[in-house]
Design a protein around this ligand. Structure first.
Ligand SMILES: NC(=O)c1ccc[n+]([C@@H]2O[C@H](COP(=O)([O-])OP(=O)(O)OC[C@H]3O[C@@H](n4cnc5c(N)ncnc54)[C@H](OP(=O)(O)O)[C@@H]3O)[C@@H](O)[C@H]2O)c1
Length: 426
């Protein structure tokens, strides 16, 4: 019998508890021995819970889990940085394998947690930390192991994808769509980590570490959120044959890992453009397998619990058979991260200019001097006294584009640079 200590009995913890109850016989036959929940740490044992649970399992004392010699496997579903980090570290130090859904911890402390696990001859699994119910960590480590992964594009945040979908399909303003996402339980009461792109950045950092076996310092990942996206951008994207998605991008290059999270124009006929609502997807390219897309629910009680329980089964088998994770260290290398200024993209620029003759020539002169060439120029309807102008550039190094934008300040007729969005042809 494998004895489990659960840390947390919230959305995901409750899902894990009920799957373990519901499928106990099936899981036993998969592992070779049964699974038993020994203790569950919560903040408040008096709290009303939406499942029937034996009250003696609950505890508010973490020692009942971490220092309990009966417990072989600790499942961390508290979330956040502290105290989850200390709890996981202590569990590993005490020779217990760990399963977690905590993307922040793996993105920030993955190397030291894996090192501790290896030293203690135990394992740490984190399938649910990226894209909830979509299997991607184990596929990257095992199913695609024969490949050199060259690039990964992900829609990894359900909240922002839901908001952008409502803006695109119904013309809703961002703040209205966000309120709707909160009402439906897709967005948390504090949605800042989703909206700012930070949540997606943790996830693409984890995927990149596994794909390229490298340390990724999350501080070096370029992150932009969807705060500045307006309905006008979405409409112009549509006219040009694109949709706007919050994309998590990772490419292995000879100059380091090109890793970033930002809104992007993507072609309307690309498979990622049809990932709507709160769904997630990962589109990757391996040198042998070619293009692969994985699609599904990136969050939610049961989709996320499905991934956690898969890890529990894997860890359970290892504990039962006495062989810890044999997949090896995913942080073998330090390939470095490309500075965003060196990355090449084409760009969409939306400007507001005074309606005066010669303004376009002045803009074109600044761009041309900075090696930025234009693929198209669209002048939108006059909104007196200003005229919206949309420019789409050819591929150019980001530093040249930024230099041009800085020089736009010298053009008196430019009233505002309303938005700059990268165009990813994928
Ligand atoms: N929700 C999702 O759809 C989803 C998807 C993917 C990944 N995840 C990840 O899964 C993890 C859990 O998320 P969740 O949505 O299930 O969280 P949640 O609903 O907020 O549940 C957190 C649980 O942890 C307990 N807890 C919190 N702080 C504690 C502390 N200091 N000491 C003891 N117990 C504490 C809470 O106890 P009480 O019950 O007593 O308050 C609660 O049971 C997070 O890492 C999250 O990022 C979640």
């Amino acid at each position: 019998m494998i004895k489990i200590g659960l840390l947390g009995l919230g959305t995901v913890g409750t899902g894990v508890y009920s799957i373990l109850e519901r499928h106990s016989e099936n899981l036993k036959s998969k592992i070779g021995t049964g699974l038993q929940i020994e203790k569950i740490l919560v903040r408040d044992i008096e709290k009303q819970r939406d499942i029937d649970i034996d009250g003696t399992l609950l505890t508010e004392k973490v020692e009942d889990v971490l220092e309990n010699p009966e417990i072989d496997l600790v499942v961390e579903l508290i979330g956040g940085e502290e105290p989850a980090y200390q709890y996981i570290l202590q569990a590993l130090k005490n020779g217990k394998s760990v399963v977690t859904a905590n993307k922040l911890l793996i993105a920030k402390y993955g190397p030291e947690l894996m090192k501790m696990a290896a030293e203690k001859g135990v394992s740490i699994y984190f399938e649910a930390s990226v894209a909830g119910g979509i299997p991607i960590i184990r596929p990257l480590r095992e199913s695609f192991a024969a490949n050199k992964i060259e690039r990964i594009f992900g829609i990894l945040n359900g909240t922002t994808n839901y908001i952008l979908t409502r803006m695109t399909k119904e013309g809703q303003e961002l703040d209205i769509a966000l309120k709707e996402a909160q009402r439906l339980g897709y967005a948390e009461s504090d949605p800042s980590s989703d909206i700012s792109g930070a949540d997606a950045a943790y996830k693409i950092a984890i995927l990149s570490s596994i794909a390229y076996e490298t340390v990724i310092d999350i501080e070096d990942v370029h992150i932009e959120g969807i705060e500045n996206i307006e309905i006008e951008d979405i409409e112009i994207a549509r006219e040009l044959g694109y949709v706007i998605k919050l994309l998590a991008i990772s490419k292995f290059t000879s100059k380091g890992v090109d890793i970033r999270v930002h809104p992007a124009f993507i072609p309307v006929n690309h498979p990622l453009a049809s990932v709507h609502d709160a769904y997630n997807a990962i589109y990757l390219h391996g040198d042998s397998v070619g293009d692969v897309m994985l699609y599904g629910q990136g969050a939610g009680r049961f989709p996320t619990a499905s991934a956690v329980v898969a890890d529990i089964i894997q860890a359970g088998k290892e504990i039962y058979h006495g062989s810890p994770d044999i997949n090896g260290n995913i942080y073998k290398n330090n390939h470095g991260i490309m500075d965003i200024s060196q990355v090449e993209n084409s760009f969409y620029l939306r400007l507001q200019v005074k309606d005066k003759p010669g303004v376009l020539a002045k803009i074109a002169e600044v761009l041309g001097r900075n090696q930025v060439s234009l693929a198209s120029v669209i002048q939108k309807h006059r909104q007196n006294p200003v005229v919206p102008i949309v420019l789409v550039t050819h591929q150019v190094k980001e530093e040249y584009l930024q230099k041009s934008i800085a020089e736009f300040k010298n053009i008196e007729e430019i009233v505002a640079v309303k938005n700059i969005i990268r165009v990813e042809e994928l």
